[in-house]
Design a protein around this ligand. Structure first.
Ligand code: PLP
Length: 381
């Protein structure tokens, strides 16, 4: 039983066929525009640009925020490498701060003290599709003149305080990688919430040219006007994504149903203090991106994962904290001690969760956890 199985809605082939019939396979065609409009309407972002990945969207964000050598970017260490790499590529230094023990998101109480004259931006990550605590982060950014770039890779279809994830900072980055909820194989989007960045965003996205304005008939020739790169996905990717977006609510509802099954089946273990289930604040609308548990120790985690593997279930852990990785030590620095990060990264287990996983599998996985942590018996849920 794999950890993840990419879900196809069934509508993808027809959309891809239609994209082929339309005769444009390169980027920024009909399907790209449809997806972007959908994202703008759904999230309220000023502008959305599809990218080949969330990694690409973060790299665009670093360019748009004028991040350069010597700049410092405050971020959690408990995240995927792209959060840091996007800024390291510009010569900037990630400054890693600890996360909150409940949501595993960046701790706003630590962020202000981590600000220095070199700080350029704050990059919160919305872990597991549960929104980070944005109001205090926005306040700190405002007072110190910092750009907020949201890594909302895991946050499609989720919101906090009634605001879709990725729409509060100046920029937000989404992922449609096959391991996320809504997928395109490889894919992403940059949400541009600060209208002042919109024109330049389109130029960077179009390899540093004003091709977008040219095709809208706003100028009579197109030329090289700024730095840029190829951040666009092709139309086949956009067509696949379009099919997924049409089913975004159904996908999210089904994932939430499975998530709640895990929640219920693991209640006994949680009440016995043997696992900690995810914390979702009351004001957060999460998207069931993942179901994880925290166990007491590294050795218990190894025991649980081994037990699941022997029973045929693939559970995984992540992340090696960035500050403890070879590249993180070379390119970044820590602010204070990262006790929560170090502890949780040894104790977290991600359980299989995908559209179409059978309820009986969730029961069996819960039973396995029960066996591994109590030495026998059933969850008797
Ligand atoms: C998946 C992920 C990314 C990278 O997304 P890609 O689309 O694969 O580039 C970045 N940050 C976080 C937190 C992620 O989970």
């Amino acid at each position: 039983m794999p950890f993840n199985r990419p879900h196809a809605t069934g509508a993808e082939f027809a959309c891809i066929q239609d994209a082929i019939n339309r005769g444009q396979l390169s980027g920024n065609g009909e399907y790209t525009k449809r997806c972007q409009r959908w994202l703008e309407q759904k999230t309220g972002a000023h502008k959305a640009l599809l990218t080949h990945s969330c990694t690409g969207a973060l790299e665009m964000a670093a360019l748009l925020a004028d991040v350069g050598p010597g700049d410092e970017i405050i971020m959690p260490s408990y995240t995927f490498v792209s959060t840091a790499n996007a800024f390291v590529l510009r010569g900037a230094k990630p400054v890693f701060v600890d996360v909150q023990a409940d949501t595993l998101n960046i701790d706003p109480n630590l962020v202000e003290a981590a600000v220095t004259p070199r700080t350029k931006a704050i990059c919160p990550v919305h872990y597991a599709g549960v929104g980070a605590d944005m109001p205090p982060l926005m306040d700190i950014a405002h007072r110190h003149g910092l750009t907020v770039i949201e890594d909302a890779a895991q946050g499609a279809m989720a919101a906090r305080y009634g605001r879709p994830l990725g729409t509060q900072g100046a920029l937000g980055a989404l992922s449609f990688h096959e391991t996320k909820n809504i997928i395109a194989g490889e894919g992403g989007a940059l949400l541009i919430n600060d209208p002042r960045l919109a024109e330049r965003a389109e130029i960077l996205w179009e390899k540093g040219t004003n091709r977008g304005a040219f095709f809208r008939g706003e100028i009579d020739k197109y030329t090289w006007v700024d730095v840029g790169s190829s951040f666009l996905p092709g139309e086949l990717t956009a067509a696949f994504l379009w099919a997924q977006l049409q089913h975004a609510d159904a996908i999210t509802d089904e994932r939430l149903r499975i998530w709640r099954l895990y929640w219920d089946r693991l209640a006994t273990l949680a009440e016995a203090g043997l696992v900690q289930r995810p914390t979702v604040p009351d004001d957060a609308k999460h998207n069931a991106h993942m179901f994880y548990v925290l166990v007491e120790s590294l050795s218990k985690r190894s025991r649980v994962i081994r037990g699941l593997k022997e029973a045929g279930f693939h559970a995984v852990f992540h992340y090696v904290p960035l500050h403890a990785s070879p590249a993180g030590q070379r390119f970044g620095r820590t602010f204070g001690e990262l006790r929560v990060t170090e502890s949780l990264s040894e104790r977290l287990i991600r359980l299989p969760l995908w559209f179409g996983i059978e309820d009986s599998v969730i029961d069996q996985i819960a039973d396995q956890l029960h066996c591994a942590l109590t030495g026998g018996g059933s969850t008797a849920a």
